[in-house]
Design a protein around this ligand. Structure first.
Ligand code: HEM
Length: 405
């Protein structure tokens, strides 16, 4: 069956916001393509869904993979029941405890110096050029390097990680060609082999890193077995990569489109944290989530049947005028009450303190070290990803003769 709205069409990928506005206004709870998923687009309804895991389960592994190519279904990266993102209490509660220690604001604050060093290294390379790509030269490598170091994996394998995580994300988008399926499978096998060996090594000889912590937790909790540690590592690698990269890319683009905000941030870097929150609201890297209704539930007058795959669109909730005044305006000083860019409730993003830190340091150093720059005259191309939003590339040119951007 074909529906009036499609959350995977090329036009949608280039600009989803008019579609969200139409959904909020005309069909706040309705089935959409692809998959006949039930899109939920109003702020209050999105929060309701996320607040009620007993009605809207995160146990969506089957729903997510059943649309994939059969060859991909047969060969997942990890066979595990304890995927943090896709589990409900009580399993979720225990697994979350296991990882959350590594991501508390205090634990993350200790990484500040190192994140700054890495950022500075990439910016030094950028400074040696006249033109650069903000994605390839900073936004992509920074989060991969940071999460690799946290996990304790070899930074020299960074490009492999990026490829593995790109392939993992692309396996969720529509029909893949045979060659694409083969590529994704090859990636999965490589990732699996690499982490299997690393986990075995850390079991023999633990270090001060996140993988060793997870293995220790495995012993303490007696919970994790088989591929569980592998599944968690893969989740952290992927969740930590795509999103923070796009926070930096989407944020840079928003500034180039809002020169007044750029000028104010250059003059007063204390405004950067507010700017980061506004990027998460206005052009969030995560656009929608997935849940499954455990019973019939009525929202905005529409009854979702038991078993329905529900897609709460957080990026639409964040543009709902019922919650945010003048929501389509990019305003770095706005009060951010209720921003759901990192989700809401028990699955609220574990990595939020880390991405906030990386985003803050990236922009502090960009403003401090880079001369003013402008966009190369070429169209903005958004990557085709399901539920995530980010740029293919963002090519920039230094404007070395100008005094300020
Ligand atoms: C700007 C960057 C990021 C954004 C916008 C973002 C967004 C989100 C959102 C919306 C959720 C909720 C998912 C749901 O309710 O189904 C989530 C969960 C999660 N995020 Fe992030 N994320 C970011 C960065 C990170 C980083 C850096 C990491 C780790 C290194 C990370 C790890 C996770 C994990 C493990 C979960 C699952 C938590 C749970 O289910 O309890 N994220 N993220």
């Amino acid at each position: 069956m074909s529906h009036a709205f499609n959350l995977a069409s090329p036009e949608f990928t280039q600009n989803p916001y008019p579609v969200y506005a139409a959904l909020r206004e005309k069909a706040p709870v309705c089935q959409v393509d692809p998959g006949g998923f039930w899109a939920v687009s109003r702020y209050d309804d999105v929060v309701y869904v996320l607040k009620h895991p007993e009605l809207f389960s995160s146990d969506t592994m089957v729903a997510r993979t059943s649309r994939q190519d059969e060859r991909l279904q047969r060969e997942p990266v990890a066979v595990s029941d304890v995927n943090l993102l896709m589990s409900d209490p009580p399993v979720h509660t225990r697994v979350r405890q296991l990882v959350s220690g590594a991501f508390t604001p205090r634990a993350i604050a200790r990484l500040e110096q190192r994140v700054r060093e890495i950022t500075t290294e990439y910016l030094d390379r950028i400074l040696a050029k006249d033109t650069f790509d903000m994605m390839e030269d900073l936004a992509v490598p920074l989060p991969v390097t940071v999460i690799s170091e946290m996990l304790g994996v070899d930074p020299a394998r960074r490009e492999d990680f990026k490829r593995w995580s790109d392939d993992a994300v692309s396996s969720g988008v529509g029909q893949l060609s045979d060659a694409e399926v083969e590529r994704v499978l090859r990636s999965r096998r490589e990732m699996r082999a690499y982490f299997h060996e690393l986990i075995a090594e850390r079991k023999r000889q633990p270090r001060e890193d996140l993988i060793s912590d997870l293995i220790r937790g495995e012993v303490e909790y007696g919970e994790l077995k088989g591929d569980d540690v592998l599944s968690m590592v893969v989740l952290l690698l992927i969740a930590g990569n795509e999103t923070t990269t796009n926070l930096i890319g989407n944020g840079t683009l928003a500034l180039l489109e809002n020169p007044d905000a750029l000028r104010r941030l250059r003059e007063d870097p204390s405004l950067i944290p507010g700017f980061i929150e506004e990027v998460l609201r206005y052009e969030g890297p995560a656009q929608f989530l997935m849940r499954q209704a455990t019973q019939d539930v009525t929202l905005s007058g529409v009854t979702l049947p038991k078993g329905a795959i529900v897609v709460p669109i957080i990026a639409s909730a964040n543009r709902d005028a019922a919650q945010f005044s003048d929501p389509d305006r990019f305003d770095i000083a706005r009060e951010q009450r209720g921003n759901v860019g990192f989700g809401f409730g028990i699955h609220f993003c574990v990595g939020a303190p880390l991405s906030r830190l990386e985003g803050k340091i990236a922009f502090e150093e960009i403003f401090r070290r880079l001369p003013p720059f402008s966009r190369e005259p070429e169209p903005v191309v958004w990557r085709r990803m399901f539920s995530l939003r980010g740029l293919q590339s963002l090519r920039l040119r230094f404007d070395r003769s100008a005094r300020s951007a």
